[in-house]
Design a protein around this ligand. Structure first.
Ligand code: NDP
Length: 278
């Protein structure tokens, strides 16, 4: 049976460490603050945003929310971002995705000042990650790396396979693993012979968005399996991209859903806010 990578525990420890850093900053009259922009009324986004605000509250990080109407124009959105860029009391700016289809989210991410881009989506920060420079790393891949580190899981020289090539998870995940000297393959919906590739993975990361996509026959015995997916099964219960019950029997380490990568994502956002405030 695989060892469970307990993201909830590691996230708690990470937050506790950050608490003292926030207190130190406050002694220097720096009051870390996150501004969150949400456009429209997406149900899942509301839950994510609530989790982020709760984490800020626990750490003593100030939090301001901007709930924009779903008919907000691109110009109004960019104007708000520019105002927040200018504000000295705001250290981190987060634009919750998705946004309504008429808005250009990439332009919005580009407009967030790289110094306040705690989600790591501004192309400047993405570029720095590619170049292996210090930057804000997208919170989910950053959280996966922290989890691997906490469990002393070696990445150097290992075969890592990432399924999914999104800008927010798959691509930065590839870079993070590469920067830590793994040999990385990235797969997507056009990949041929997926199973043959995943079977060679020492570290397999699933970021697809399809419940129970990764089955036992796709996993090398002893592999480390990281499940980024957040889906709902037929009963409406939250589940990952990995068929946990099956894969737990072949993997050496595995993340549960919920309680694996999800809490780490929020913890790393807090880490990025503290870094921005510093
Ligand atoms: P996207 O939909 O943006 O990307 C999904 C990726 O999976 C795409 O690259 C797609 O390929 C690939 N894919 C789809 N079908 C297949 C297939 N049959 N075979 C191989 N690859 C396939 O999703 P995200 O990256 O935003 O999110 C992925 C999952 O992670 C979701 O469940 C999301 O909810 C979850 N998530 C969890 C977070 C957390 O904190 N735990 C944070 C962010 C996301 P192609 O590019 O060719 O279309």
């Amino acid at each position: 049976m695989a060892v469970i990578l307990n993201g909830k525990e590691v996230a708690k420890k990470t937050r506790e460490n950050l608490k003292s850093k926030v207190e130190e900053l406050k002694k220097k009259n720096i009051f870390p603050k996150l501004a969150v922009i949400m456009v429209g009324d997406d149900g899942a986004s509301k839950i994510y945003v609530r989790n982020k605000s709760k984490a800020c509250e626990e750490l003593g990080i100030e939090y301001e929310e901007f709930l924009l109407d779903e008919n907000t124009t691109q110009q109004q959105l960019l104007q708000l971002i520019n105002e927040l860029n200018e504000r000295k009391d705001v250290h981190g700016i987060l634009l919750q995705s998705p946004v309504p289809k008429h808005l250009d989210i990439n332009e919005a991410f580009r407009t967030i000042s790289p110094e306040k881009d705690v989600d790591g989506f501004n192309p400047v920060n993405v570029g720095k990650l590619v170049l292996g420079q210090d930057t804000f790393i997208s919170c989910t891949p950053f959280g996966v790396m922290k989890l691997l580190e906490e469990y002393n899981i070696e990445t150097e020289g290992k075969n890592a396979v990432v399924i999914g090539r999104s800008n927010i998870v798959g691509k930065p995940m590839l870079q993070c693993l590469l920067n830590k000297h793994a040999t990385v393959t990235i797969c997507h919906s056009k990949t041929e012979n997926l199973k043959e590739i995943t079977k060679k993975a020492d570290i397999l990361v699933a970021a697809i968005g399809k419940a129970k996509f990764v089955t036992k026959d796709m996993v090398k015995p002893g592999a480390v399996v990281i499940d980024v997916g957040i889906n709902r099964n037929e009963q409406g219960k939250v589940c990952g991209d990995v068929d946990f019950n099956e894969v737990e029997g072949v993997a050496s380490y595995i993340t549960p859903v919920p309680g694996g990568v999800g809490p780490m994502t929020v913890a790393m956002l807090m880490e990025n806010i503290v870094k921005a405030a510093k």
